[in-house]
Design a protein around this ligand. Sequence first.
Ligand SMILES: *Cc1c(COP(=O)(O)O)cnc(C)c1O
Length: 375
Amino acid sequence: MQRPYNFSAGPATLPQEVLTQAADEMLNWPDASGKRCGMGVMEMSHRGKEFISIYTQAEADLRELLAVPANFQILFMQGGGLAENAIVPLNLSTLRSGASQTGGADFVLTGSWSEKSFTEAGKYCNAHIAASGKSEGFTHIPAPQTWELSESASYVHICSNETINGIEFHTLPDLKALGSKAELVIDFSSHVASRGVDWSRVGLAFGGAQKNLGPAGLTLVVVREDLLGHAMAICPSAFNYQTVAKNQSMYNTPPTYAIYMAGLIFQWLKRQGGVVAMEAANKAKAELLYRTIDASGLYFNRVQKECRSHMNVPFFLRDESLNEAFLIGAKDAGLLQLKGHKSVGGMRASIYNAMPLEGVQALVSYMQEFERTHG
Ligand SMILES: *Cc1c(COP(=O)(O)O)cnc(C)c1O
């Protein structure tokens, strides 16, 4: 059965073969040798040997896929990207000030998500805007050389892929080269596992799973070990990275089913050739879509070319009165959830790992046909 192509920004489309496998295993999970254990994954104790094997495999596969160095911990948490906006300052803002003083952090604002992170962090630390693309409507990344980094900041926060505005850091900033002693924190929610990560430039990365890794409910945190143990006294225990790390993400019950699903995605990613193959495929998909938009008289995208996202492609119709007809026609053509985020309007095609090239080709054909008949 060919399902419609689903361009949702998240929760987002998942590979059909993964969903089929999960359905087959729903009532009675088989171990690696194929032996069924009599329970579904949702029904297992998180401390039992069956789930521990699922967890251990998922962690190892993710470490391999993202080439996470041995001195980084992988944490499977809950609360989503938004909770991390509080959890990160609770854990890291006092890295350089010491726990008895209010710490500081710098923020580079490139869109809605980094703005949210800045506002939330202000509840827990001195949050400072080092650079902002807001006055230009969030269409570019301010050049790192122009960032006004504060002397005492414990970390610099960036959103490495702005899901709503469609802006992506294709290279992570090198804070050391900019003369900063701060750690780089990246919110990679919406492009995790779509490309490699230069861990030499990163202190902590976090992301909700529901864009590119699986179902909602799981939050991935990858943190360098020496950043653990600096949490503010008011930090909730379940959100203290050191506590979570010491307990292999089982200080409290982890989101077991979401970890299992993410684990199936990791194995699927490995079958696709890993993150290197994904990166090339994602680039090809994005280039096809942007080329179509740029060549058209009806559609446009406002983002500067060098920082256009390979994952989330917002675009607009020059005649906005055609928006409704565009969306209805798209649905009839088997192309779902293309409506743009309410804060920017227009359209948005999210083309995560699980979106095949054929899906983008179908979208491009539809866009061209719509322009011919409405242009
Ligand atoms: C979706 C998203 C979030 C929010 O995640 P929740 O799981 O809803 O809290 C945060 N940051 C980015 C970049 C996102 O795309």
